[in-house]
Design a binder for this molecule. Structure first.
Ligand code: BGC
Length: 462
């Protein structure tokens, strides 16, 4: 039996846009309506949280969880600049109160990829006034919701937001290889984090303010200098930009990287969240063949979840949590795994992913790393951004049309681990072997040139 420390946090992670449903004046609504969802699905009611989140809070209670990560939709709270929506604020307050009544400690994310259209139209985080506007929202969040929560996540994955929005064209604003704006957005987000950090602490002295970063393992496909250089570049830019900004207040000096200093950001972090899923293999020579994904590929023989609409999601890689924890321990603050999971409709490898990740985490804690909790992504199947309903991450299967939920075997496994505050010898033995790989051997494809096509129709695929 691997037992975790007392007070270890067991939770699930969710986000407003992927769970709440309904019509929200944020930049993703426009993106979705303009036909950018590859699967052509529409989000619709999503998991119906705006009306009925309590049904899933009951599932959290059934699993015995003591924590929940969820986000506030800025566009609901401040739909027009300077206008605060009392009804939306009240709905959030009743939702958070309901979660607290079920014994869930709340980790509240203020930006999980979405923001109001008025903010997007001004250039989002590339605009010099953006950090100030975000800090005002953070201060209001503390005022309205501080009664229910002291654990704040200012941003979810600045690295995914900027890479997908400014380099790959997968997220709004849909820019491709716009390095200049991508860098401005990345820096704007970290400046916004620092301002929000100060405002949250001013409003709530007991606040614990963190950020969640996505951490992917990158492996060079050969010993060639080019493959290794590309691997290092990915690692530095994708995995370590937030680390360097939070630790040193600047990006590391490299000849190919513009110097960037944000002294204000340094040290403004009370805990760090690590979102850890997968590993990508890096091959310089496949750059021209996969311009969209720039030399990333997934070998056929590695464990993988379900592929997306047209590419593999990545190698499912529980040991990636080791590198993430080792790297980010340099911040000297507590760490949480704020997301871990796999798209796996048939629950073929999810149990292995959970148990193996927790086994790694247990070993890391024994080595002295300050790891405080595990949040699974996610409770129920939810709307997976440009992949729509194609990728299914839930412990519970969801039919978005009927809103029926059915537990996957992983839900019961998770309940057992939460109840035991650890992983039993039987569950460890049951997941000892790596699962067989899926028969996929495709390089990640170039992004479609059809971005911007209109007229998608709703097509729920359950
Ligand atoms: C994001 C989630 C997303 C999950 C699975 C994370 O990068 O924070 O919003 O659904 O990965 O792809």
């Amino acid at each position: 039996m691997l037992t975790f420390p007392e007070h270890f946090l067991w939770g699930v992670s969710t986000s407003a846009y992927q769970y709440e449903g309904g019509d929200v004046p944020n930049q993703w609504r426009a993106w979705e309506r303009n036909g950018h969802i590859r699967s052509r699905d529409l989000r619709g009611r999503a998991c119906d949280w705006w009306e009925n989140a309590e049904r899933d809070l009951d599932l959290c209670a059934k699993l015995g969880l003591n924590a929940l990560r969820l986000s506030v939709e800025w566009a609901r709270v401040e739909p027009a600049r300077g206008q605060w929506d009392a009804k939306a604020i009240e709905r959030y307050r009743s939702l958070f109160a309901a979660a607290r009544r079920r014994g869930l400690r709340l980790f509240l994310t203020l930006h999980h990829f979405t923001h109001p259209i008025w903010f997007e139209e001004r250039g989002a985080f590339t605009h010099p006034a953006a950090p100030g506007a975000f800090a005002v929202f953070a201060a209001r969040a503390a005022e309205y919701f501080g009664e229910f929560c002291t654990d704040w996540v200012t941003f979810n994955e600045p690295n995914i937001y900027t890479a997908f929005g400014y380099l790959l064209g997968e997220f709004p604003p849909g820019k491709r290889y716009d390095l200049r704006r991508g860098m401005l957005a990345l820096l704007g987000i970290h400046q916004a984090h620092a301002f929000a950090y100060d405002r949250l602490h001013a409003a709530q002295p007991e606040a614990r303010v963190g950020m969640a970063v996505h951490y992917a393992e990158f492996e060079a496909s050969s010993r060639s200098l080019f493959d290794r250089w590309l691997r290092d570049a990915y690692h530095l830019l994708f995995n370590q930009s937030s680390l360097h900004l939070l630790r040193q207040g600047e990006l590391p000096a490299r000849w190919w990287l513009p110097a960037a200093r944000l002294p204000d950001v340094r040290g403004k972090i009370d805990w760090i969240g690590l979102n850890v899923y997968n590993r990508f293999h890096v091959r310089f020579s496949s750059l021209p063949r996969s311009p969209g994904a720039a030399g990333l590929w997934v070998p056929a023989e590695v464990p993988q979840g379900d592929p997306g609409t047209d590419y593999p999601y990545g190698e499912a890689c529980p040991p990636a949590v080791r590198s993430a924890v080792r790297d980010y321990s340099a911040l000297g603050c507590p760490m949480l795994v704020t997301e871990n999971g796999v798209p796996d409709r048939a629950d073929r490898i999810r149990p292995w992913v959970m148990v193996s990740t927790l086994r790694e985490m247990h070993a890391l804690i024994a080595e002295g790393f300050d790891l405080r909790g595990y949040f699974h992504w996610s409770l129920v199947d939810n709307f997976e951004w440009t992949q729509g309903w194609t990728l299914r991450f839930g412990l519970y299967q969801l039919d978005p049309a009927t809103q029926e939920r059915l537990p996957r075997p992983s839900a019961e496994l998770f309940r057992r681990m939460v109840a035991a505050n650890g992983v039993s010898a039987e569950d460890l033995a049951g997941c000892a072997e790596s699962p067989p790989p899926r028969p996929i051997a495709a390089p990640l494809p170039a992004l479609p040139s059809t971005c911007g096509r209109a007229g998608s129709t709703s097509r729920s695929r359950c």
